[in-house]
Design a protein around this ligand. Structure first.
Ligand code: PEP
Ligand code: MG
Length: 591
């Protein structure tokens, strides 16, 4: 759809609503310390004896550091002189792995984790596996190579069996790595379980590393790589653990060094007295307890409402966001995962109804299918693309498969009719006004009352005002908006500094969208991970954001942070962040 006659652009045209002051450059603020350097591998000159990374999950906690042990490389094979002894050595390594997994299962309290660990221990205790290992030694291999060969054979068989067994291949690989490590006299790879609290450090954490991460023992996380949307960051926020990512210097710390991690500012203090750690943790717990006391709808200190909403992937996540005023992002991909065919209208309607039924009278924003790139869905059989993040993903899929969107909207409409929830629908990865208009038309045609689009592409942010002429609301997906603004893969660990939501260029785009929302009198939310940062929340509000959607754990600190700031304060902080030279200075200025 063409734009209506738009006023001519001129260099003098203000970037945002001239009535809104937040973009006026602030006077030099004396609180910005020019000594503060950029984020990265450096120690932090502003805090002696400290390292700096990106804080991705707020809170203060500390303890001795322990590293995730890495998978050892197989050395050159050695000749076997005593096969019986070598076979016993290999089988003993398997037994040690069984014993370690059983110990962990005995200690774990979370039901799913206990089940996973027991199932893995049973796999390692398989007599067929032991026999295969012995056979391999009999064929001339030393213990680590015999273990490697035996697991490789099992792996192939599991894969060929398909189904449940094929899904266990990752567990098998983990067992192989542990057994090889024991054969080589190295620590078992994965998260340590020393029986006391510690700070976990790693290059980065993979999902498999964290399945048995015990929040009773792990006080905080610090990784060399990883960005604000990395697995480490998402896990830390879900568990409520302070975390700092993109902190390469942590590699240099020797095990046992006591550190204090500030997951808000990204500063890791090194060589701290344990008594000081305890005092800092106690004070932080008291602050959190105070934050939890602040209940009710989100608002600034002077009473301006800022809706605080939850992010979910299915009805199972609802309990975690019970403190939210509604749902700001219901990701629907989960229902489509691991499917060879698209779920039908009735199945989808039932899945959506289960969520809506829990939210009578409350708002819920459901997002249509966001497949492609970091969310591949096998049933789509999408052809390989040279650059999937820039390819057919999100709403673009409807160009090729319009029936998918039609069915999904019909299912959402059916579920909405059967419940009392206040349902809005939004589309991911919208770039143009025409796309927004077409999506809104499809939503209304399905009988749904409110249509919105996500702002994840800079083109959409720059034209937010035009998009708002087509839809009822906007929701900024900062995870993707960072990726596309900085041309930096959201999953890249080494480019994490570019993906920092405090990047002034990202904030500038958010300001554009906020100003468009103000001018149109329509809501603008943030539902990317940036919404969970309590220090950033007042900045976002000052930029014009009217709702923040996040995981349940993040709600109390964000609610409390807003309750401490008046709206004019939020606008002042927004100006400070927007005009800072880099993310570190932006944080420092606001903090
Ligand atoms: C985002 O991109 O910020 C977002 C919320 O969507 P997702 O993380 O699901 O891509
Ligand atoms: Mg996204």
């Amino acid at each position: 759809m063409p734009d209506p006659a738009a006023p001519p652009l001129s260099p003098a045209e203000p970037a945002i609503d001239p009535a809104a002051p937040p973009l006026a450059e602030p006077a030099i603020d004396p609180t910005i310390d020019p000594a503060i350097g950029p984020a990265g591998p450096v120690s932090d000159p502003a805090v002696p004896g400290s390292l700096r990374g990106i804080g991705v999950s707020p809170g203060l906690a500390g303890g001795p550091v322990l590293r995730v042990a890495e998978v050892p490389a197989l050395p050159e094979p050695t000749p076997v002189t005593e096969p019986a002894v070598e076979a016993d050595r290999a089988v003993a390594a398997l037994a040690e792995v069984v014993a370690e997994l059983t110990r962990r299962a005995d200690r774990a309290t979370e039901r799913t984790l206990v089940d996973v660990l027991r199932a893995q221990a049973m796999m390692a205790d398989d007599p067929v596996l032991r026999d295969t290992v012995r056979d391999q030694v009999g064929a001339g291999l030393d213990a680590p190579h015999a273990v490697d060969a035996a697991f490789a054979g099992h792996r192939t068989a599991f894969e060929a069996a398909g189904g449940y067994l094929a899904e266990r291949v990752a567990d098998l690989d983990d067992l192989r790595n542990r057994t090889v490590a024991v054969c080589l006299g190295r620590p078992m790879p994965g998260v340590p379980s020393p029986g006391h609290r510690y700070v976990l450090t790693a290059r980065d954490l993979a999902p498999a590393d964290t399945v048995d991460l015990d929040p009773e023992q792990v006080a905080a996380l610090v990784t060399e790589e990883g960005g604000p949307t990395s697995h480490t960051a998402i896990l830390a926020r879900a568990l409520g653990l302070p975390a700092v990512v993109a902190c390469p210097a942590v590699r240099e710390l020797s095990e046992g060094t006591v550190v204090l991690v500030d997951g808000g500012t990204g500063v890791v203090r090194v060589g701290v007295d344990p008594a000081e750690v305890t005092a800092a943790e106690t004070a932080d717990r008291a602050r959190l307890a105070e934050a939890v006391e602040v209940t009710g709808p989100g608002r600034t200190a002077d009473g301006r409402p800022v809706a605080l909403l939850g992010n979910i992937g299915s009805a199972r996540d609802l309990a975690a966001v019970a403190g939210a005023e509604g749902i700001g992002l219901f990701r629907t991909e989960l229902l489509f995962l691991d499917r060879s065919r698209e779920p039908g209208l009735a199945e989808q309607a039932e899945a959506y109804r289960r969520v809506f039924a829990e939210l009578p009278g409350r708002r819920v924003v459901i997002r249509t299918l966001d497949a492609g790139a970091d969310k591949p869905l096998s049933f789509l059989n999408q052809p390989d693309e040279p650059n999937p993040a820039l390819g057919v993903r999100g709403l673009r899929l409807a160009r090729q498969r319009p029936e998918l969107l039609r069915t999904q909207l019909a299912a959402i409409a059916e579920a909405a009719r059967r419940t009392g929830a206040e349902v809005s629908v939004m589309a991911p990865m919208v770039a143009t006004r025409a796309e927004a208009a077409e999506f809104a038309a499809a939503v209304y045609a399905a009988g749904l009352p409110r249509a919105g689009v996500m702002i994840e592409v800079p083109a959409a942010a720059l034209r937010a005002g035009q998009l708002l002429e087509e839809v009822d609301f906007l929701s900024i997906g900062t995870n993707d908006l960072s990726q596309y603004t900085f041309a930096a893969d959201r999953q890249s660990g080494v480019l994490a500094d570019l993906l920092d939501p405090w990047q002034p260029a990202l904030l500038r785009l958010i300001a554009e969208v906020g100003a468009a929302g103000r001018a149109a009198g329509k809501p603008v939310g943030v539902c990317g991970e940036a919404a969970a940062d309590p220090l950033l929340a007042p900045v976002l509000v000052g930029l014009g954001v009217t709702s923040l959607s996040m995981s349940g754990r993040a709600l109390p600190r964000v609610r409390a942070a807003l309750a401490q700031r008046s709206y004019p304060d939020c606008e002042r902080l927004a100006r400070l962040a927007l005009y800072a030279d880099d993310p570190v200075r932006a944080r420092e200025a606001v903090a």
